[in-house]
Design a protein around this ligand. Structure first.
Ligand SMILES: CC(C)(COP(=O)(O)OP(=O)(O)OC[C@H]1O[C@@H](n2cnc3c(N)ncnc32)[C@H](O)[C@@H]1OP(=O)(O)O)[C@@H](O)C(=O)NCCC(=O)NCCS
Length: 163
């Protein structure tokens, strides 16, 4: 199988270029990168997607960042990585959550992965970012939090490697 998952423990910042696609303010990435688990999905050794997952409580983990290489978007890598993560974490947490802006394409993506809208954090993007964030032509203001129960998540098998 040419697709592999790598858990990156050293030199996480080597992948900042990719992580900045999903979260364009480096200072915000710094809030979760060290405490989060960083995963890369590669295909035939080439990087395709990255994700960072944090523990938020005893029962909840959060997908803090999900980024797919621009040339490889819309080819199933994002959904494949979310699917793998859900299976990977299903015995450790009850719920995976993700917070995002109100861009319809991103909400459609997460809902296609099995997340459902849970609640919103008013003004998150205007309060915490030092410049306006526009995604798909939408000026982001509130954070929409979506969640997915992990109990029934299928296990997705890719070759795994710890770096
Ligand atoms: C958003 C992102 C993670 C999605 O990953 P991806 O690999 O491109 O998406 P997938 O091919 O796995 O898409 C799965 C499904 O999600 C939905 N979807 C994905 N992108 C979409 C878009 N732009 N508009 C509408 N629906 C979309 C579709 O239902 C799609 O299935 P389909 O292609 O069979 O119709 C990726 O495009 C990305 O990294 N974008 C830039 C960074 C970003 O916005 N990250 C998320 C912000 S928190």
């Amino acid at each position: 199988m040419p697709v592999e998952i790598h858990r990156i423990q050293r030199d996480k910042r080597k992948h900042l270029d990719l992580l900045l696609l999903a979260d364009e303010q480096e200072e915000m990435i710094e809030r979760y990168l060290d405490r989060g688990a960083l995963f890369l999905l590669t295909e035939r050794g080439s990087r395709r997607a990255a994700a960072v997952v944090t523990q938020e409580s005893g029962t909840v983990c959060e997908l803090k960042n999900l980024s797919v290489e621009p040339k490889f978007q819309r080819r199933g890598y994002g959904r494949a990585l979310v699917g793998w993560l859900a299976g990977h974490y299903r015995d450790r947490f009850e719920t995976m959550q993700v917070g995002t802006g109100e861009a319809p394409s991103t909400l459609a993506f997460y809902q296609s992965c099995g997340f459902s809208p849970s609640h919103r954090i008013p003004g998150f993007f205007t309060i915490h970012y030092d410049h306006p964030i526009v995604e798909d032509g939408v000026l982001l203001a509130d954070m929409v939090v979506l969640s997915m129960p992990l109990k029934a998540a299928p296990i997705v098998t890719f070759r795994e490697e710890f770096l």
